[in-house]
Design a protein around this ligand. Structure first.
Ligand code: GAL
Length: 507
């Protein structure tokens, strides 16, 4: 009987103690090390030590912090991937609870997870100073700061849309061996102007480590490759060919956006009769008219004809180019007389105030309108470009002489990341270069751009570095600047032909 009692008591103790022993280890009082076994994963360990599957973030953070001081601890970049045999740091229950109380991955404080040890500066060169552009860049800075809180970011902007002033300064700094740590570079042939093999580092390793070839579309990857290497990590896709219009002005005059050049003239006449400046443009920085003209070329020659201009397949002496110049001349006859004094965003004020009807400009205008709180704008493809997407992409590059190279490499990883692109693009007025961003973060215009990007004929922008080498772009811009002043179609066409010859693409 006594024996039976003892056995029963032992059994009862086992029944009470066993499940706990099987499911939960005692939470470590001081924190302890743990070697990963087969069949371990972080949330299982978090459950085992703390009874909370989500507390795996605390283990990840403690392990990475330990790694910063002692590399025998694992470095965990991805909580779903821990190697058998890796050494982890299991924080005490108090430490884990304290960490979890302040940690919220949706608030981007994921920097807590990485003790990067990174410090010093990160000098970022760009020309993003206008509303929308600046906010977008700041959004990406925020993500970087979360990850590398001890790095001081220096925002080295040089104002001037399309990089008019920035690019010249950058070239001097690259050659002089004093570049920023990273700088804005259009995807495409623009890279040629910086002699990349001499002054830049290829960023192929970052593509490999971040899996970027899987998340960018093949056409973009092709545009980014020059002489067999990637030289920049793209942040976005912009559209050059957008006709922005003031919705209230159009409604008041019973107008819809023109789809042909003839319709453009009709709409412009009606706006003029109503006392509204029909077509607004700023030409102060010397690229804006050339920008509009690339969209007029695409709208007059069609996608293939336009593409051929930059490959030598379409002749610049083609009658269609004459027609494009005539179309552009007609549009300019409706333009605001103060255009030489205005930048692209200065001209945009006409639309915001309702004093202007239409403007053709890239979709950074969407970011700019949004930054101004202006919502009364509509959009449409400029005449003739329905189903055509004139595209460009901003990337960031890595100078060979970057003073803070590791910080720059970390920046490029942020630029290519989902968090970086989702923080940047909705404000910038561009869509992600990545294919996995959440469309719900983007406004109606940008959602429409995503749809068009996936189905339209994609052709490269020339003014924004995608289609041609920089010296050709400069010649092309100069011809168009002269044309805006002179209206001389024949000499502009001859000048465009000569620019193609000088670029070595035409005979
Ligand atoms: C483009 C650039 C855009 C936008 C625009 C106006 O060249 O790609 O991101 O900044 O200039 O500055």
């Amino acid at each position: 009987m006594k024996k039976l009692l003892i056995v029963a008591t032992l059994l009862a103790i086992l029944v009470i103690v066993m499940p706990a022993a099987l499911t939960a280890a005692a939470p470590p009082a001081q924190g302890e090390d743990y070697i990963v076994q087969a069949d371990d994963w972080l949330s299982k360990l978090a459950d085992k030590f703390y009874g909370d599957v989500n507390a795996y973030w605390a283990i990840m953070s403690a392990t990475n912090k330990a790694h910063a001081e002692d590399p025998s601890y694992a470095k965990i970049d991805n909580p779903d991937q821990i190697e058998v045999g890796a050494k982890l740091r299991i924080p005490s229950k108090e430490e884990a609870e304290a960490f979890m109380a302040s940690f919220d991955p949706t608030m981007f404080n994921v920097g807590e997870l990485f003790a990067s040890g990174a410090s010093g500066q990160l000098v970022v060169g760009s020309w993003w100073t206008a509303g929308g552009e600046a906010e977008g860049l700041n959004g990406m800075f925020e993500v970087y700061k979360q990850l590398y809180p001890d790095v001081e970011i220096v925002n080295a902007t040089v104002a001037g849309g399309a990089g008019t002033n920035f690019k010249a300064q950058l070239a001097t700094r690259l050659v002089g061996g004093a570049p920023p740590d990273t700088f804005q570079l259009h995807a495409g042939l623009e890279v040629e102007t910086y002699s990349p093999e001499k002054y830049l580092d290829p960023v192929d390793d970052i593509y490999a480590s971040e899996g970027l070839e899987e998340v960018f579309p093949p056409d973009l990857l092709q545009l980014l490759k020059y002489k067999g290497h990637y030289w920049g990590v793209p942040a976005n896709i912009h559209r050059s060919n957008v006709l922005w219009y003031n919705k209230a002005v159009f409604e008041a005059n019973g107008l819809t956006p023109p789809t042909t050049f003839a319709e453009f003239k009709e709409v412009a006449d009606k706006l003029q009769a109503a006392g509204v400046q029909p077509f607004v443009i700023g030409t102060k920085d010397g690229w804006e008219a050339a920008h509009v003209f690339e969209d007029v070329l695409a709208g007059t020659l069609g996608a293939d004809g336009y593409r051929g201009l930059w490959t030598g397949e379409t002749s610049w002496m083609d009658p269609k180019v004459t027609e494009a110049l005539e179309n552009f001349k007609m549009m300019l006859s409706y333009a605001n007389p103060d255009h030489p004094a205005l930048t692209w965003d200065g001209a945009g004020e006409y639309l915001v105030s309702g004093k202007g009807g239409m403007m053709i400009m890239g979709d950074w205008t969407d970011g700019w309108f949004t930054s101004k709180g202006f919502t009364g704008y509509g959009w449409a493809p400029p005449p003739g470009t329905q189903g055509i997407f004139v595209a460009l992409s901003d990337s960031f590059a890595l100078p060979k002489d970057a003073p803070n190279k590791q910080n720059a490499i970390n920046w490029l990883k942020v630029v290519g990341s989902k968090a970086g692109q989702e923080a940047f693009n909705p404000k910038k007025g561009s869509i992600c270069a990545r294919t996995d961003c959440d469309p719900a973060l983007f406004n109606e215009y940008l959602q429409s751009a995503m749809v068009d990007w996936s189905k339209d004929a994609i052709v490269p922008s020339v003014v924004h570095g995608a289609a041609a080498i920089e010296s050709w772009v400069t010649d092309y811009k100069d011809v168009i600047t002269l044309f805006v002043a002179s209206g001389d179609v024949a000499s502009a066409q001859a000048g465009l032909q000569q620019a193609c010859v000088d670029a070595g693409v035409c005979q």
